[in-house]
Write a protein that binds this ligand. Structure first.
Ligand code: 9MR
Length: 344
């Protein structure tokens, strides 16, 4: 343990002093382990950012998996009942194709970012099921062969394992989950289907509920391929033994596991001091993922700290990603790179 900490610290120091930093970072994480998916969430319309060129350059160099951070969500892609807007998501796919990246579609059924036309309507059960089906058919159909994996349902559970009283739950009850997954398989039989949520990394009441849901899916022949563990955590880390046990029980159900939205936030008043801890947390999580054959990829929720949801949401926290605001690799980057290299 001490030795491990020492190694990580030494690596961090090398990074901080710039030894090999530029040369190493320019090789890119994706080239360290081409068999592993290493990805990021791309900012809205990233090709229009004032530093679009830099953003695209770093993204293409580092990652082989991309998620549009917002631009496949219902409110954006299907803003009116008869209007679909695919242009922004299409641009993500074109970027992915050009740079040999896989695409992670996010998200088909979620309680948030539902457009007003959906929320304002009084739905009869069958009518809403039809609307959900046609959304899934149209969106998955549009991106068929272009999207490798889809978050079919996102964040359906409360922390205590009960169902979140979402728009979907209120109108359709628990059945909205199997209905969505079954339809998604029909809409694109090749895409991997994920259930995605936060705070389900370790053994707890919420991850127990996800586990039970998958058991029921298996029993009833409802398709599901993987669990997405979002992994929005702090530089205090998570219980690694519990994380490993949780991955193991999911793997035993025949599921793959993806870490889908990782960020490791640091208190703003302890940014410098927090960087080594943050690096260690990234390294430990990646290492555990690589040690579990079912764990197929890790994505961060953003790329540069310049564009991250964290400081807007968690007041007093920030600096949660692998690159700083100037796209310079942080100690966490070097720690991740080291793990990828040393576990080949
Ligand atoms: O990062 C996303 C942010 O730009 C949006 O405003 C927000 C809207 O709810 O969604 C954020 O992404 C979330 C993701 O879609 C689902 N898991 C949690 C992410 C962070 O909130």
């Amino acid at each position: 343990m001490l030795l491990k900490k020492w190694i990580v610290n030494a690596l961090i120091l090398c990074g901080a002093l710039g030894f090999g930093a530029t040369a190493t970072a320019q090789q890119g994480l994706r080239s360290q382990r081409p068999d592993f998916l290493i990805g990021f969430a791309a900012a809205n319309d990233f090709w229009t950012l004032q530093d679009a060129q830099k953003f695209s350059e770093v993204a293409a160099r580092e990652f082989n998996l991309i998620t549009p951070e917002n631009q496949m969500k219902w409110a954006i892609i299907h803003p009116e009942s008869d209007v679909y807007q695919f242009a922004a998501a299409d641009a993500h796919l074109a970027f992915a194709r050009k740079n040999q990246m896989k695409v992670h579609g996010h998200v088909l059924v979620w309680h948030s970012q539902i457009p007003a036309w959906m929320l304002e309507k009084n739905w009869a059960r069958n009518e809403l099921i039809d609307a959900m089906y046609s959304h899934i058919d149209r969106v998955m159909g549009h991106f068929k062969n272009g999207v490798y994996m889809w978050d079919v349902v996102n964040e359906a559970f409360n922390e205590d394992g009960s169902m979140r009283p979402s728009f979907w739950q209120k109108n359709l009850g628990d059945s909205h989950l199997p209905l969505a997954f079954t339809r998604a398989r029909l809409a694109d039989s090749r895409a991997k289907l994920l259930y995605n949520d936060y705070n389900i990394e370790t053994l707890n009441r919420k991850s127990d509920a996800v586990y039970k849901m998958v058991q029921a899916f298996r029993k009833n022949g409802v398709p599901i391929d993987a669990i997405g563990m979002q992994m929005h955590i702090t530089s205090g880390g998570i219980d690694m033994t519990s994380f490993q046990q949780n991955m193991k029980r999911l793997a035993n159900l025949g599921l793959d596991i993806y870490i889908t939205e990782m960020d490791v936030r640091i208190p703003k008043n302890a940014q410098e001091a927090g960087l080594p801890d943050q690096a260690q947390v990234y390294a430990q999580v990646l290492k555990a993922c690589l040690a579990q054959p079912a764990c197929k990829g890790l994505q961060t929720w953003g790329m540069s700290d310049k564009y991250s949801w964290v400081s807007g949401f968690y007041k007093g926290f920030g600096s949660a990603l692998l690159f700083d605001e100037n796209y310079q690799p942080k100690p966490a980057y070097f720690a991740v790179e080291h793990v990828l290299k040393s576990t080949q």
